[in-house]
Design a protein around this ligand. Structure first.
Ligand code: KIV
Ligand code: ZN
Length: 385
């Protein structure tokens, strides 16, 4: 089965989420959990951004033994020097360089012609290679870059010594068919492409980050970049837990797998949410509180008969104890009876029927009916009879 490398950027792009600021201890705690989760690569920060970030990256670099640790740099010598400093003591260091390539960025941000972009990036990659065996190069805003220029940039990066070329859809603009096609075109047209790994880095502005990353896998990407819980700039990045579970659940379709320890997903998600302060929405795929919760009577009845009727993966796979059957106004008699048994009540069919009627009255007034509500309803009923 083809292995897809997982490049986690929770501590860099994830930390760029508005309002998030992790101190050194928090970065370290998350990095150690990412190591337990089994990610291949950890982008620990952007050392040139601040002395605090440099120190945070260095703490991660020294602590992590089973993943490559990466520092981000613009295509400038001072930034590269900061990463050299930050990655001292790393077991498996890697530098991540970027320079924008799209017409919009060239014109308004960089004020550079294509040739200057090529020369600046090449000079930076060659400088970085003096210090690092592993250099990843990202043509920022690749998603809005002319395809023939992107091929030229990729060929230049390979000649200059990049070991990974990462394709960022920086502003989350592309759809899966367009994003997948970039990988197909690069694979078919760039000389030397087989010497490097191709990587996908997607943003979720139009809600397509995971779909785009998976389209890249289908078209030959070797690495997916993303964050835990999908946190990141604006609408966030590809959710790594979504990619890992999509590949796992649909091996028949993708024929590719990550080496993540899936049973660590829930714990990692909770830790990242706690330390970043970014609450995971209830309906978030894989790690939302409702991802394995069932409310309607028809679904609950199906779940009680056979779980695969309404679950395509089990909560145990990601390290959760079990699915939950939430009692609410859509719930049916089957789940209600099971709940009574769980709570230790042995009632006759007639008693269950009466209690179920009362439960529906309560459920009409409340969103979730708790165990306490059920106990109160049964005790009241038993006192009445
Ligand atoms: O989204 C982006 O373009 C980035 C680059 C630095 C890779 O995060
Ligand atoms: Zn990004």
């Amino acid at each position: 089965m083809r292995k897809i490398y997982i490049f986690d950027t929770t501590l860099r792009d994830g930390e760029q989420s508005p309002g998030v600021n992790l101190n050194m201890q928090e970065k370290l705690e998350i990095a150690l959990q990412l190591e337990r989760l089994g990610v291949d690569r950890i982008e620990a920060g952007f050392p040139a951004a601040s002395p605090g970030d440099l120190a945070g990256v260095n703490a991660v670099a020294r602590a992590i033994k089973n993943a490559s640790v990466i520092g981000l740099a613009r295509s400038r010598e001072q930034d590269i020097d900061a990463v050299v400093e930050a990655l001292k003591g790393a077991q498996d260091p890697c530098l991540h360089l970027f320079l924008a390539t799209s017409p919009i960025h060239r014109k308004y941000k960089l004020k550079m012609e294509k040739q200057q972009v090529l020369e600046t990036a090449e000079k930076a990659i060659r400088y970085a290679k003096k210090y690092f065996d592993k250099v990843e190069f990202s043509p920022e805003d690749a998603g809005r870059t002319e395809l023939d220029f992107l091929c030229e940039v990729t060929a230049m990066a390979i000649r200059a010594g990049a070991t990974v070329v990462n394709i960022p859809d920086t502003v989350g603009y592309l759809n899966p068919s367009e994003f997948g096609n970039i990988f197909k075109v690069l694979k078919e047209n760039v000389v030397g492409i087989e010497k490097i790994q191709l990587s996908a880095h997607c943003h979720d502005d139009l809600g397509m980050a995971t779909a785009n990353a998976l389209a890249a896998v289908l078209n030959g990407a070797d690495q997916i970049e993303g964050t835990i819980n999908g946190i990141g700039e604006r609408a966030g990045n590809t959710s790594l837990e979504e990619v890992a579970m999509a590949l796992e659940t649909r091996q028949d379709f993708f024929g590719a797998k990550t080496s993540l320890v899936l049973g660590e997903i829930a714990r990692t998600s909770r830790l990242v949410s706690k330390l970043t302060g970014m609450v995971v929405p209830g309906n978030k795929a894989i790690v939302g509180a409702n991802a394995f919760a069932h409310e309607s009577g028809i679904h609950q009845d199906g779940m009680l008969k056979e779980k695969t009727t309404y679950e395509i993966m089990s909560p145990e796979m990601i390290g959760l104890k079990e699915s939950t059957l939430v009692l609410g106004k859509h719930s049916g008699r089957h789940a209600f009876r099971e709940k009574l048994i769980d709570l230790g009540y042995e009632l006759s069919d007639e008693q269950v029927n009466i209690a179920f009627g009362k439960f529906k009255d309560v459920a009409d007034k409340k969103k979730d009916v708790t165990d306490e509500d059920i106990r109160a309803l049964i005790e009241e009923k038993l006192i009445e009879t």
